[in-house]
Every structure is written in C-alpha cells, then in structure tokens.
Design a protein around this ligand. Structure first.
Ligand SMILES: Cc1cc2nc3c(=O)[nH]c(=O)nc-3n(C[C@H](O)[C@H](O)[C@H](O)COP(=O)(O)OP(=O)(O)OC[C@H]3O[C@@H](n4cnc5c(N)ncnc54)[C@H](O)[C@@H]3O)c2cc1C
Length: 397
C-alpha cells in the first residue's frame, strides 16, 4: 500500500470541480489532514448537483436492469448508510434539517406497465433482502392521502429517503470553510503538468500539488492538456451526458409528503418546493427545458397524484447527469499519473457523494485499493466507445 506523504503539515491536494462529489472529496481529504484546494469554474454546486431531485434511493437500484454494474446496488446501500451520520454532521454545522427524513418512498402503479415494474422491483428486493412492503391501494392512500383513487397498488421502500440537494450544497460550503479548504471559484482548470508530488494546474500556476482529484461531473468526457498534449482522462464513450428535465410547484397542505415513483417519473416533495421529474435523454448535453416535455411530465405525475395538476409551475429546468453505460461511477486512477478521478455517478450522485469522498480520501492519502475502488475502476470501460449506448433508454417523451 503506497501512502502519499509530503514535506510540511499534510499532502497538498487539488480537487477540480465543486459539485457535490468534489465537495465531499475535498471534505474527506481535509478531514484526514490534507491541505486541500478546490477549483470550480463557475459557482460551487450549481451543475448537476443543483439540478437534481435529491432522492437517496438504494432500493430503487435493486432491480438491476440488464447491463447495470452488479455491485452498484451494494454501493448505493453503502452510500445511504454514510448519509445517516453525514446528514447529522451537516445539520449540526448549519442548524438546517436539510429535509432528511425516514418517511421512505412509495413506488406507485396505475398502468399495467407501472404494475409490472413494481412487481419486478418487489421480487428484486425480496431476492436481495431489501425491506419492502406491497400495499393495497387503500393502505397506500392511508399512508399518502394525495394518491389517486385510480391507484392499482404500491410498493413501500423504507430504505429510500431524500434530502434537499440545494441545502446540501450550501451546508457543504459551510463544512468546507470550517475544514479550512481553500475554494477557488470562477477558475477553470484546462492544463495539468508535472508528476505525482510536483503537479501544477494552469488555474493556479504558482501552487504545487502532490496529487489532483478530478471531479468534473459530465465534463470528464472532455480532454485536458497534460504536458502540452491533448489527453483524455477516461476511455472514449465511458462518460455519456444524460439530460433530465424537471419542474417544481409550490408546497401545499394537501400535497404529497413523501417521494413517489411511477415508472421513470417521480415526485420529490421538499419543504420549499415539490420537484417532479424526469426525462433520461442519453447523449443529450443541454440544459434547456422544453414546455411540451414538462407538460407531459405533469400529466403523468397528476395521474398518480391529482393535486399536481393544480397551481402554477414555479420553475422548469434541465440538468445533465454524468452517465455511464453500467450506471456505476468511475472511481480511482485516471490516464494521468497523480490524477485520480471520481465521476460518472449518473442518477445517484447525491446518494453516493459522501461514500465517494471517503473512498477517494482513503485511496489518495492511504493508497487503499480493493473493495468498491477495485470494482468501479475505469478499466471496465476500455473499448467503451464501441458501444456507448445505455441499457435503459427510458424517456418520458
Ligand atoms: C435531472 C437530474 C435529477 C437527478 N436526481 C438525482 C437524485 O434524485 N438523487 C441522486 O442521488 N442523484 C440525482 N441526480 C444525479 C446527480 O445530480 C449527479 O450524479 C451529481 O450531481 C454529480 O455530481 P458531480 O459533482 O459529479 O457533478 P456536478 O454537480 O455537475 O459538478 C461538477 C462541477 O465541476 C465543474 N467543472 C467542470 N469542469 C471543470 C474544470 N475544467 N475546472 C473547474 N471546474 C470544472 C462544473 O462547473 C461543476 O460545478 C440527478 C441529476 C439530474 C441531472
């Protein structure tokens, strides 16, 4: 096991990209004594991490569609476990509850297709020993009175929680300040030079770093200059942009109180807004929300939860998930010596960010490998460009 050491009081680590993944990596590294500088080309946390719905949903991954990484479900469970203490830490620091609760989610069905999906999910949960409760329509409506009278059935998933991702980003900012992480916003890193122990970034030419952690979300598919050469950190096609469109409504008294899933769609009610999403548009890289798509989303959501047809939409938006072919993240070494990467978290980046931070800090500072790091390395994508489509091209449209 190699251990990163440097002269002075702790290894100097640059983390590039301040989404929720980069912020959690920076925090875990600082917790373990590293001197961390976090670079962000815009403002921290305003990429996919801001666009997300904030569901922490390991059980929803239990179904393991064909082609999905066989260890993704276990990683998601580990991610949910870390959130239990991590949310308390953020809440204690900021005094904000972050909407983290224990209500559990309901996967709902009206149509036959939705019914088949929840039956398949129930079987997968059964096989994996994941807590789940099959509910008759009246039991589901007792738990969640906003559900439609047309409901055919529901599956309660007690392990699936949610959190306010906007609150998380703000709280992480406070935690980073508390941990004395240097955050440099408005600086894009486009060039890396040097070798482990003596690395330079164009965004801060006077600084020297022992190692770099690359956490740029879906931008990880773009090249950087390394020693003057155009260099890709991941194999071609390993990271795929996956656009998602959403809208929100103002919270209301008779509105939904817990996360509702219906096929690929969902409702995630926060204290400040009710989020309804989302499309999954593979290989689409823009953040433009289309009104006809939003209307279709709203119609579908209102079938499950009729009150969602009422009231004005307060916001429409789109974000781009950092997708991978097997839906799992890429954690570990990159093609550049001394540059580690944590990207490709697809639809589970909020759930997986704290556990990713822990894994990456152990790898970078203690040289620890194996376990999830071995399973989620980038080598599994060698030759990915030959077949970069997803196992699930589900879209609301
Ligand atoms: C519509 C939608 C819904 C989602 N819902 C959920 C959900 O309910 N639950 C869940 O767990 N996940 C969800 N996700 C997924 C989750 O949002 C992402 O997996 C996660 O935010 C990825 O985090 P990240 O830090 O890797 O990327 P980002 O949040 O995109 O952060 C990357 C950052 O890197 C910066 N950057 C890029 N290049 C450079 C550079 N060269 N130099 C400096 N900075 C750079 C960017 O500006 C950005 O701030 C959703 C995503 C979307 C789009």
């Amino acid at each position: 096991m190699n251990t990163l050491s440097s002269s002075g009081s702790g290894p100097r680590i640059a983390v590039v990209g301040a989404g929720v993944v980069g912020m959690c990596c920076a925090l875990s590294l600082a917790d373990r004594g590293a001197r961390v500088t976090l670079f962000e080309r815009n403002a921290p946390g305003r990429g996919a991490s801001w666009a997300a719905a904030g569901m922490l949903a390991p059980a929803f991954e239990a179904a393991g569609e064909p082609g999905v990484h066989p260890a993704l479900f276990d990683l998601c469970l580990a991610g949910a476990e870390v959130w239990k203490s991590f949310s308390s830490r953020l809440t204690a620091l900021t005094g904000r509850a972050l909407d983290y609760g224990d209500a559990g989610a309901l996967a709902c069905a009206i149509t036959q297709e939705q019914g088949e999906r929840i039956m398949a999910l129930a079987s997968a949960c059964e096989a994996r020993g994941v807590p789940h409760i099959c509910l008759e329509p009246e039991d589901a409506r007792r738990r969640e009175p906003s559900l439609s009278a047309e409901l055919a059935g529901a599956l309660e998933l007690p392990t699936d929680q949610q959190i306010d991702n906007w609150g998380v980003v703000e709280a992480l900012g406070a935690a980073l300040a508390d941990a004395e992480v240097r955050v440099l916003s408005g600086l894009s890193v486009t060039a890396i030079d040097g070798e482990p122990g003596n690395m330079h970034l164009d965004a801060a030419p006077d600084d020297v770093f022992d190692a770099v952690v690359w956490t740029v979300g879906e931008s990880a598919r773009l090249p950087v200059h390394y020693e003057g050469e155009i260099t890709y950190l991941v194999p071609e096609g390993a990271i795929v942009p996956v656009k998602g469109q959403l809208f929100s409504l103002a919270p209301r008294k008779a509105g939904p109180r817990r996360v509702l899933r219906f096929g690929p769609g969902y409702v995630a009610p926060k204290a400040s807004r009710i989020i309804v999403g989302s499309t999954s548009e593979w290989n689409v890289d823009d953040t433009h929300a289309e009104l006809n798509v939003i209307e279709a989303l709203r119609r579908e959501a209102a079938q499950i939860c009729p009150i969602l047809a009422e009231g004005q939409i307060t916001r429409i938006w789109a974000g781009v998930r950092p997708g991978t072919r097997d839906h799992g993240p890429i954690l570990g070494a990159s093609s550049i010596p001394g540059v580690y990467q944590a990207t490709g978290h697809y639809r589970n980046g909020i759930l997986l960010a704290p556990v990713t931070g822990e894994l990456m800090a152990e790898l970078v500072l203690e040289g620890r490998t194996g376990g999830f790091l071995e399973k989620f390395g980038m080598s599994r994508f060698d030759g990915a460009g030959e077949n970069a489509s997803s196992p699930s091209l589900a879209s609301i449209r």
